[in-house]
Design a protein. Sequence first.
Length: 387
Amino acid sequence: MDTKTLRVLFVVDAIKGRNGVGAYFQDLVSHLEDKVERVELVQPCLTDPHPCQGMSMPIPGDPTQRLFFPKVRELSALVWEMKPHVIVIPGPGIFSMIGYWIAKKWGIPVCVTFQTDYNRLVELYWGKRLARLAGGFLNWVNRTLFQGSETAATICESMIAQARAAGARNPQLVGTPLAREFVQTPRVPLPDNVSRICYVGRLAAEKNIDAFLELAASRPDLQFEVAGDGPLRTRVEEACGRCANLTLLGWCTREQVVDLIDRSQVLVLPSSVEAFGTVALEAMARQRLVITTPACGINEWPALAKGLWIMEQGESLTATLDRLAGLSPQARQHKAESARAAARAMNHDAIEHWGSVLAHCASMKPAASVYPSPTLALLRRLSSHHA
């Protein structure tokens, strides 16, 4: 199918602009607008609610996040009016499951994305015993979505095998697009010295923010800034009270994140669980130096890995930063330039590849109906109640 004639609907649970998954689809849709006949994004937003967005409830343990319920009638009406060739959903979630149910009901091909290692996340938050139960449920839902979808898209190589083992048809490795602000804003040259370090992301357990706070405490000669919000915000605020060289900015807009990265020389992504790490790609696009841990999925892309400074196993962040700072200004400049070129190439290739993946998905015969019936029935009742 010709990409230019495609009509694509994205149904996403992640709040717009509040985490990596939410930002991923927000950016992808903005680029696809010029590539396809029509593209729509149904996604909760705190400041500008979507017409298909219903009531919400706080997520236990994280007051910065909310669980939104879709308006089933409005979403169904949008699908009826739009008549999409493909519906894209990102893994288990109330919006995604309702989008999946509508697609299967009307025979619309589905592309499901696999962007989160749920087993590792639930183990971090709930402990091994509860994680086994919750992980089992999430894996069951994932298998159902994979088996009932025409295409599964993943953002790192290690997830391809997991998707295939779960019964995914036609798994595809897709890149990560960038918001236009990170590509089109005039570049600020990288200074010769290393004096300012930043972290951008959720303040949560999987991000291993403690390692960044320890780095700030160990280097009082450098300035550190944190942009983000999350359940560990109090811990960061306490660290700011102890360290005069550490500043918490809170949640920031895209424009503010660009300014923060541009005034820094190094961005640190200390995550213990990270399927990709979009903020690392964003910093690379701004021609900045990026430190990642071995757990970050972005390392699995060879062209991008050449522009990253990856921690060695067992190495502390302080030692990693010392190795980076020990390079000559010319070597750091070369690293940053190669990072920028690789990030821009990833952005271009990701948009083009997504177009071909969606076109291929649209041409496939829809899979036989595969429903997690009790789950979908419950979700429909909840969504109707909260609508």
